[in-house]
Ligand binder design. Structure first.
Ligand code: SF4
Ligand code: SF4
Length: 371
């Protein structure tokens, strides 16, 4: 009785109401699954029932027209059912093999006026799947870079690997537009992280009227903010705050609490690239991503330096890794110093691999760096 004791007057309706019949019938009784080809999976139940899934990439921002089209496809082929994955892929599920080809053909036939696929099939197995990402300039207030632009530019250069499974293992790419990291950048094979490099600007004139000063002070994780009395240009004394710049780690938490502490800055903001993280414990334990490119400027609209560095990493990994080795496993096997060499990335003293010790010396002591 799934609906029992569930409050239903708030939030979305319970997801169990939306199961396709075959999923409802076989819930918890699945025998196995396999990837039949890039973007197509089959799940087989103990009862012998089968569910075929065709996975397509979702776009970063969807219009209602696009969503209507997705629903129309689901109505036509899948009895009105579809699901969105956590990586913003769309999965169309059918309950017999003979329904797969008509569904695929329909998806492939839908194109934008320029000829590109509206619903590219792929994103499974040893390839690249859609990027887990955050909100960027359009929807959040603290980003140091954009999400839509960086995700689109990156997926454009990795698109072949979305449609194929030619890589040694999965390559998970994620993106977070500030170091609050709403995305999974701390544990992804390749991660794009927006990074501020300047402390917040203080708008003394409005601060006391817009913000609760104690709240702004307590929002700072490094205790960099303290209350202050400030004299404005017109001689008026107002309550405001002071920021100890050397304590600031540019996280933007104070701006979340106080709109008079903005920290977006054209020169200061940009991108950090990280690599080698994963959540799987296959071959080796889960790993955190490591910083491999300390800073790249925001190069709208296509971020060429960023996509160039990502392409080099993917190509070097694709050429050098053993089957099933994730990017981090490969880098550790060949040695991180070799990783920088084969990926044609500069190694600098800003790139440390052991966060428990002081920066600038720890990489020398690590067992993973032998420079
Ligand atoms: Fe906002 Fe930062 Fe999250 Fe991006 S990562 S959506 S800037 S809090
Ligand atoms: Fe503190 Fe972060 Fe604001 Fe800097 S940006 S003052 S570290 S809350």
């Amino acid at each position: 009785k799934p609906m029992e004791n569930r409050i239903t007057d708030i939030g979305p309706r319970h997801f169990e109401e939306f199961y396709p019949e075959v999923i409802k019938k076989n819930k918890g009784k699945w025998s196995h699954h396999e990837i039949l080809e890039p973007g197509v999976l089959v799940h087989v139940a103990e009862s012998g029932d089968e569910v075929y899934t065709v996975r397509v990439g979702g776009c970063r921002l969807m219009s209602t027209t696009h969503i209507n089209e997705i629903c129309e496809i689901a109505e036509k082929h899948c009895d009105g059912h579809l699901r969105f994955t956590t990586r913003n892929n769309i999965e169309f599920m059918v309950d017999s093999k003979d329904k797969v080809e008509p569904l695929k053909n329909d998806l492939k036939s839908r194109k934008f006026p320029g000829g590109s696929y509206k619903f590219p099939i792929g994103g499974t197995g040893a390839g690249v799947t859609n990027i887990v990402h955050t909100q960027g300039w359009i929807h959040c207030h603290t980003p140091a870079t954009d999400a839509s632009g960086t995700v689109k530019a990156t997926m454009d250069v990795l698109f072949d690997d979305f449609q194929q499974m030619r890589l040694p293992a999965q390559l998970r790419v994620s993106m977070a537009c500030c170091l609050n990291m709403c995305g999974a950048v701390h544990c992804s094979d390749i991660a794009i992280l927006g990074y501020h490099r300047k402390p917040p600007m203080i708008d003394h004139e409005y601060l006391d009227r817009l913000c609760e000063i104690p709240l702004a002070i307590s929002a700072c994780p490094t205790a960099a903010i303290k209350p202050a009395k400030v004299t404005l240009d017109d001689g008026k004394e107002v309550k405001s705050v002071e920021i100890k710049n050397e304590r600031c780690m540019f996280c933007g938490n104070c701006y979340t609490m106080c709109p008079s502490l903005p920290l977006a800055d054209t020169e200061g903001d940009g991108i950090v690239l990280m690599a080698g993280g994963k959540v799987s414990n296959r071959i080796s334990d889960p790993k955190f991503s490591k910083v491999v490119v300390a800073f790249l400027p925001n190069e709208m609209p296509r971020w060429p330096s960023m996509t160039d560095a990502i392409t080099k990493m993917v190509n070097a990994y694709s050429n050098g890794a053993n089957k099933y080795e994730r990017l981090g496993d490969w880098a550790e096997r060949i040695g991180w110093e070799k990783f920088f060499e084969v990926c044609e990335l500069d190694f600098t003293h800003h790139l440390i691999d052991d966060f428990r010790q002081q920066a600038y010396m720890s990489w020398r002591q690590s067992t993973q760096f032998k420079f």
